[in-house]
Design a protein around this ligand. Structure first.
Ligand code: BT5
Length: 243
């Protein structure tokens, strides 16, 4: 007789949907129904995918990885935003490990390959629960026609476009980085984020302010060297300038 396999640790549920307006909205309904910590909602397509600041996240059915994860975190409210940086790290690591593409991070929550966006992260809160939304462009069709200059996909970068493998690695990565954040604070995430950042030392503008990206402070804010000295950016949209 072969020895008994160890009982598998209980995995949080994954809810799989064909089409939904937004996995974020669907997840918020599950939160209201008491969904377990770590529950993930994964959809083949969204009819009203959300970006930040009221923007839209686009997809083509079956071509993208679209998910929301419910996190009942023990982090204090002021620290919750660091979860989106941890999620960016987990996305970049999954893309590098599974797909073999050179994923790099752009503050606050973009994942880029060769300067083009391959994935986005959206953190929303529902009272003390966090709903972390992630969209990853997997096959060529996932990139909207009008965004081809600014967006790319795993397949477009010649990577291994295996959605299930990326999803499994990503869910493990998020669970792991979330645990570290809760137990050890932001420093390990900040170190890994910095190592994967593709923008530090570059000239950038953030909502009209021009300067050089320096790094993250202990709260996850972006530090920027500007004419007025070191400036802390808490929220905004970064554009990389040439050079
Ligand atoms: C984000 O917003 O990058 C966060 C995107 C999160 C999407 C996921 S999908 C699963 C879950 N359910 C949801 O409803 N949302 C989450 P932001 O930084 O605001 O970027 C949005 C901008 O990226 C848009 O205004 C477009 O310019 C661009 N964009 C839209 N679709 C894109 C795509 N597929 N690939 C690359 N860029 C895209």
């Amino acid at each position: 007789m072969t020895p008994q396999a160890k009982p598998a640790l209980e995995q949080p549920p994954i809810v799989r949907l064909e089409s939904v307006d937004s996995t974020q909205r669907y997840a918020s309904l599950l939160v209201a129904q008491g969904a377990a910590d770590g529950t993930a909602v994964v959809a083949e397509t969204q009819t009203a995918g959300r970006g930040r600041r009221g923007r839209v996240w686009r997809d083509t059915p079956g071509a993208s990885l679209l998910l929301s994860i419910i996190l009942r975190t023990s982090l204090p409210a002021a620290r919750v935003v660091t979860l989106s940086l941890a999620a960016g790290v987990a996305v970049a690591e999954a893309l590098i490990a599974v797909s073999g593409v050179e994923a790099r991070l752009k503050w606050p929550n973009d994942v880029l390959v060769g300067g083009r966006k391959i994935a986005g992260v959206l953190l929303e809160r529902q009272s003390d629960v966090v709903i972390l939304g992630i969209g990853i462009n997997v096959s060529h069709a996932s990139v909207p026609e009008e965004l081809v200059e600014h967006a790319t996909s795993i397949a477009g970068e010649g990577g291994r476009a295996d959605r299930q493998a990326v999803l499994a690695t990503l869910l493990d990565g998020i669970a792991g980085w979330r645990r570290r954040l809760e137990r050890e604070g932001f420093d390990p995430v900040r170190a890994r984020w910095t190592a994967l950042a593709g923008m530090l030392g570059r000239r950038i503008t953030v909502d009209g302010v021009v300067g050089t990206a320096l790094g993250l402070d202990g709260d996850g804010a972006l530090l920027m060297d500007t004419d007025a000295g070191t400036t802390r950016i808490l929220a905004g949209d970064v554009a990389l300038l040439g050079g």
